[in-house]
Design a protein around this ligand. Structure first.
Ligand code: PLP
Length: 410
């Protein structure tokens, strides 16, 4: 199969979306799965929120500019990307904190069961949060069972309280079958929490259709909300009247401005709010979501698969790249919007690429991870990235000492 790259870009229905982002001209950004690029709409919105709303209208902005409804409003914008109907998604806190709320909520629904099944290879913070709850409540109320990916189904026994998984693995990009695992868990009376950090905005999702109980996801990866953007939380409507989350803060109160000494949870998804939202950060995310207007997740997925397939095709043309061993699934249906390769010098290769204006990231111990964001990446970018990578590998530029020193954030 041969590719006509100019033709692919010409036919790309998502190509006009790139103009909605501020990206340095010379950089090929393959790290939108760690920190999404900056949407121009967010720049404008932040300026407006800071200068006009905060600067001029001050505290009246909570009403005048509807700051108070922003967590729900932004949640409703994310919902269609998740295949979720209204009043089930709210934007707040971080994934870690939202997992804490959901873990305790779910454990409370499951009297007599304590096991939380997860995957050894899950993103560490997800496992840490369960370990923290286990320390707090004791093993009789919460017990982390982390198993290898292939053992998940066998671990779903009827003494398990919660199945907590990340839909797309952060290292390999492997996708779990959400529908099947949710169904299998439900057959044993297990509540399911999905982490959508590498899924939301990257692949089509159908949370309602899959009957998912709870989910969390990231605002700063494929949703382009900016560094430390608030996360989102999904809770299926059928649970809303039967649950209580542990972080009872005034923003989740039914009537926060009555300042009652007694906690009385708000109805609906709002009950998951805790403290005052970070309005500037949330406004940036809210504006960033507009780039998803007028495109479907199916279109995004189709281009994402085409980009990763092109990368692999071009890589195969260069024997000098054979040492980079693919650890993502070879079948594009089974992987998210990323390609990961292992190499003993992965860290130095990453640094050399960044030095040559191609930005992937490194994941310990030995992975170079390339994220493909169809909204701002062209087919020509992929071809250029391969050319730069080839040059670095063939000339062994990565062996240079300056590429070996590790920074605090990798
Ligand atoms: C990025 C990521 C997180 C981040 O968690 P925060 O608490 O929002 O920093 C959590 N889980 C997964 C799977 C991730 O990829």
């Amino acid at each position: 199969m041969s590719y006509n790259i100019a033709q692919l870009d010409k036919q790309d229905v998502l190509a006009p979306k790139r103009a909605l982002f501020n990206l340095p001209e010379e950089v090929i950004y393959l790290d939108g799965n760690s920190l999404g690029a900056l949407p121009k709409a967010s720049v404008e919105r932040i300026q407006q929120v800071v200068n006009q709303q905060w600067g001029n209208d001050l505290i009246s902005s909570w009403n005048k500019h509807n700051w108070i409804d922003l967590p729900l409003q932004t949640g409703e914008k994310i919902a269609p990307l998740l295949g979720a109907g209204p009043d089930q998604v709210v934007v707040c806190d971080s994934i870690s904190v939202n997992l804490y709320k959901l873990l305790i909520t779910a454990l409370t629904m499951q009297s007599g069961r304590a096991k939380v099944v997860s995957e050894q290879d899950n993103f560490p913070t997800d496992l840490y949060m369960v370990q923290g709850v286990q320390t707090l409540l004791g093993e009789t109320r919460c017990q982390l069972i982390s198993v290898a990916s292939e053992d998940i189904e066998n671990a779903l026994t009827d003494d398990v309280a919660v199945l907590m998984l990340t839909h797309i693995n952060f290292r390999t990009g492997r996708i779990h079958d959400m529908q099947r695992l949710t169904r299998l868990a439900h057959q044993k009376g297990i509540i399911v929490i999905w982490d959508l950090a590498h899924s939301a905005g990257a692949v089509p999702l159908a949370l309602d259709e899959c009957n998912v109980d709870f989910a969390v996801g990231c605002g700063y990866k494929y949703l382009n909300g900016g560094p430390g953007a608030p996360a989102f939380l999904y809770a299926a409507k059928r649970h809303h009247n039967k649950i209580s989350q542990p972080l009872n803060g005034w923003m989740g109160h039914a009537k926060p401005f009555e300042f009652s000494p007694r906690y009385d949870a708000a109805p609906g998804i709002k009950q998951f709010l805790t403290g005052t939202p970070s309005i500037i950060a949330m406004a940036a995310l809210d504006a960033a979501l507009d780039v998803f207007d007028s495109v479907s997740m199916a279109q995004i997925r189709q281009k994402s698969s085409a980009l990763t397939e092109l990368f692999l095709h071009l890589k195969r043309q260069h024997p000098a790249l054979d040492d980079l061993v693919l650890c993502s699934p070879t079948d594009s249906e089974l992987r998210g919007s990323q390609l990961s390769f292992s190499h003993p010098a992965a860290y130095a290769i990453c640094q050399a690429l960044i030095d040559h204006n191609v930005v992937p990231d490194f994941r310990a111990p030995d992975i170079v991870r390339f994220g493909f964001t169809p909204l701002y990446l062209s087919f020509a970018d992929v071809a250029k990235a391969i050319a730069v990578l080839h040059n670095i590998m063939q000339q062994r530029l990565y062996t240079h000492n300056k590429y070996r020193t590790k920074a605090a954030v990798t």
